[in-house]
Design a protein. Structure first.
Ligand SMILES: Nc1ncnc2c1ncn2[C@@H]1O[C@H](COP(=O)(O)OP(=O)(O)OP(=O)(O)O)[C@@H](O)[C@H]1O
Ligand SMILES: [Mg+2]
Lengths: 481, 248
């Protein structure tokens, strides 16, 4: 036990090596939130008129709302008037060459197998314009444009495709859906917009492209993905590389709309700064992610690997409106140190013959708390619907916690809902068995963790899965470098 | 090869081994027998480096070096192999990955090139024949859902892959049917060389018909109370342990 404890303690006590190092010149407005601020944001972004109504509506509703307190989280009070709600970032390169970057950071990048060019962008190295990923992006853009796929920033979408945005924004996540979604709707700065036209299969994972962007995502980010009839897209958000941000509070919204027979795969790797070993600092991540399977036989799947943030509050959900539609949620959530995660999903069955699958794998270490919270709701009209849920928790020691709160409501007799849950601890005898075969404890833990999470990792696109696998090991070992 | 001197071991404050002395030379096979709870597995685990077992006195020299200060994985890589009495299941970790990692850790330690997936599979197939292990088992997770006998065969299969210098077989025979017993014994013998040594822990003389020991030791109440040639096993089979217990 001692050896395992030692390693786990190293893990628990190793510091996240990448403090807040961004050096940003910004165009910032006064702190605080009121209608005037909302108007200013809207004006600065030169958005169409309907957006002012949208934002103000959200703001007025938000004012009447309270922060949710039902999650298994200890959330310190947040002063919403102490935040500046608009900052157009002008990111200055911090380094002139990659040689100046902390070698340990580079080591982590290498462990994760991130290409050199991307490493530069992520670490904030000035990048030669010709070598820049910009050229890669341009190539991507051309291929996408050929297919009629729109993939751009939310701001650009509001300028270039206001009607599309207007038609779908707030359809999956209504402005007053919850406290954080309302706040986001009122003040969101930017994000991404993606539209896949009828019958088009997006020919590439929207991944590398996005990862490069991910290094400077905003505090209130908004994503809208619309998959028209018979289309398909696989969308990757986030980054396995350690993410730094000077904003403590993050409240993003992601909306997905799938029309008839459309399929959207949304994969996330979240590795925000988790705070130090005493639980000081770290990102508070309050995300609202929801997809609506609006069309018949449509499918939305969420796959997430969550290793970062001090507090994670996140329930990617599916509303299965269309008959025969399918929702999936696959999650690996790792908590360490004093991290807290309350995450899960909601599957709302409305259409007939709808199916949903939930696979949640929680891994807790240190003094962390890891909670799965899920709702499966089958409406009376959703006849012949099916859900299967599997919620597993793996504990690495006796000081961490794992909690499972599955809520199930079935409104008709022809539907079947199944729930399985397990909690296990990595056994000393398993580690010793590995040791006896020449495998050291760190490797053994990595192997066991990856075995445990495999079912979910397998759902990630190949290139990402390999990185995510390494990330799990790194975030639990703390052996960065 | 191995020299155990006056070894005392406690588990959770309770003394289990009370002054073990044992000398194992290269090429020798030693059988350790003794009633349930006498400390046989404890001895095997201490040699392999399991941490719960606290050495309170004595020393163990392996290949001229102090063994007790080394980590379990270093001991393994320096040639000590333990075939577990109760092999543990590791759900989710495929046998193939586990074995490849294990073999490559050993190779790295010896300064050899790591095997590629292809090379490893070839090696694996070769060794699998030796113990007649069903190829399908390697597609499963480590020991998961293996029958008792399959688990034991799997231990010897791993021994074949790792080619240890000192193999400690803790009741590898229990749970094996007659044919499997012969196969496993044949495997162990095939891996034997004048440079390697084996410690066989068993309750039954039957295994020793196939793996013929140079010495048989009786471990009772944490001490080796009798040492003799292979005929001692036969005597035990006949008389049981009562006469030993009476004398001690
Ligand atoms: N981890 C442990 N915690 C507490 N007691 C232990 C532990 N391991 C062994 N013991 C005790 O030490 C004594 C010796 O156990 P050991 O497993 O070495 O016996 P053995 O000779 O291998 O027996 P068997 O023939 O039944 O396998 C037993 O009384 C056992 O209960
Ligand atoms: Mg035993």
């Amino acid at each position: 036990m001692a050896e395992q404890d030692k390693i786990l303690q190293d893990v628990t006590q190793s510091d996240y090596k990448y403090g807040f190092v961004t050096d940003i010149e910004t165009d910032i407005i006064e702190k605080g939130l009121n209608e005037e601020v909302i108007r200013t944001i809207w004006e600065k972004k030169k958005e169409p008129d309907f957006m002012l109504d949208f934002r103000l509506d959200a703001f007025r509703k938000w004012q009447k709302m309270k922060m949710p307190d039902w999650a298994y989280l200890k959330i310190p009070p947040i002063d919403f008037q102490a935040i500046s709600y608009y900052a157009a970032p002008v990111q200055k390169p911090k380094y002139n060459s990659i040689d100046e970057v902390d070698p340990e950071l580079i080591e982590t990048f290498n462990k994760l197998g991130i290409p050199l060019e991307e490493q530069k962008v992520l670490a904030g190295v000035a990048v030669d314009v010709v070598m820049d990923s910009v050229s890669v992006k341009t190539t991507f853009k051309e291929v996408l444009a050929e297919k009629g796929i729109i993939f751009c920033s939310f701001s650009d979408a509001l300028q270039e495709h206001p009607e599309l945005v207007r038609k779908y924004i707030g359809q999956a996540v209504p402005v007053a859906d919850n406290f954080f979604a309302a706040l986001n709707s009122a003040v969101f700065s930017d994000g991404s917009f993606c539209y896949i036209p009828k019958g088009v299969r997006c020919p590439m994972e929207l991944s590398t492209y996005f990862r490069i962007n991910a290094a400077n995502t905003g505090q209130f980010e908004r994503t809208l993905i619309v998959a028209d009839d018979d289309s398909y897209v696989s969308y990757l958000e986030g980054c396995t590389a350690p993410m730094r941000d000077e904003n403590q509070l993050h409240a993003a919204v992601v909306e997905i709309i799938a029309l008839d027979r459309a399929e959207v795969k949304y994969s996330t790797v979240q590795n925000w700064y988790p705070g130090d070993k005493d639980g000081i600092g770290g990102i508070y991540n309050f995300v609202t992610k929801r997809g609506v399977c609006r069309g018949v036989s449509s499918k939305i799947s969420w796959t997430q690997v969550e290793t970062g943030s001090a507090i994670t509050w996140k329930y990617p959900s599916c509303i299965l409106l269309g008959d025969n539609s399918i929702g999936e949620f696959n999650s690996v959530a790792v908590t360490n140190h004093h991290q807290q995660a309350d995450t899960g999903t909601k599957m709302i069955h409305i259409g007939k013959n709808t199916k949903s699958t939930i696979v949640s794998k929680g891994i807790s270490a240190g003094k962390s708390d890891n909670t799965y919270r899920g709702l499966v709701k089958v409406m009376p009209g959703a006849i012949n619907s099916r859900n299967f849920s599997q919620c597993d928790s793996l504990l690495l020691n006796d000081t961490c916690g794992a909690h499972t709160f599955p809520y199930i409501e079935v409104g008709n007799k022809s539907s079947v809902v199944e729930h399985e849950a397990t909690t296990s601890k990595i056994g000393e005898d398993q580690i010793f068995y590995c040791n006896q075969r020449g495998i050291d404890t760190e490797k053994a833990i990595g192997m066991i963790i990856n075995g445990y999470a495999k079912e979910v990792l397998n759902k990630l696109p190949m290139e990402f899965a390999v990185e995510a696998q390494k990330l799990l090991q790194i975030s639990l070992e703390g052996s960065v470098g | 090869m191995l020299s155990i001197k006056n070894l005392y071991v406690s588990v959770e404050g309770q003394e289990i081994l009370k002054g073990i002395n044992l000398e194992v030379k290269p090429g020798e096979i030693h059988a350790i027998m003794g009633p349930n709870g006498s400390g046989k597995s404890t001895l095997a685990n201490v040699l392999a480096g399991r941490e719960e077992y606290e050495v309170t006195a004595g020393e163990v020299i392996y290949q001229g070096e102090d063994l007790l200060g080394k980590s379990p994985e270093d001991r393994a890589k320096e040639g000590i192999f333990l075939s577990f009495q109760y092999p543990v299941e590791i759900p989710g970790v495929p046998m193939v990955n586990f074995l490849k990692t294990s073999v490559n850790e050993h190779r790295k330690h010896r300064g050899e090139k790591e095997l590629t997936a292809g090379e490893f599979l070839k090696l694996m197939r070769e060794k699998m024949d030796l113990v007649d292990l069903h190829p399908q088992l390697t597609n499963r997770s480590v020991n998961e859902g293996f029958s008792g006998g399959e688990k034991k065969k799997n231990e010897i299969f791993q021994m074949a892959l790792l080619e240890p210098k000192l193999a400690i077989l803790d009741e590898t025979d229990s749970g094996l049917d007659i044919d499997a017993l012969k196969t496993v014994a044949h495997g162990v013998n095939a891996l034997k060389s004048p440079e390697t040594s084996t410690i066989v822990v068993t309750h039954y003389q039957r295994l020793l018909d196939y793996i013929v020991p140079d010495f048989v030791h009786i471990l009772y109440n944490g001490k080796i109370v009798k040492t003799a040639g292979k005929e001692l096993a036969l005597e035990l089979e006949e008389k049981g342990y009562d006469w030993i217990k009476k004398d001690n």
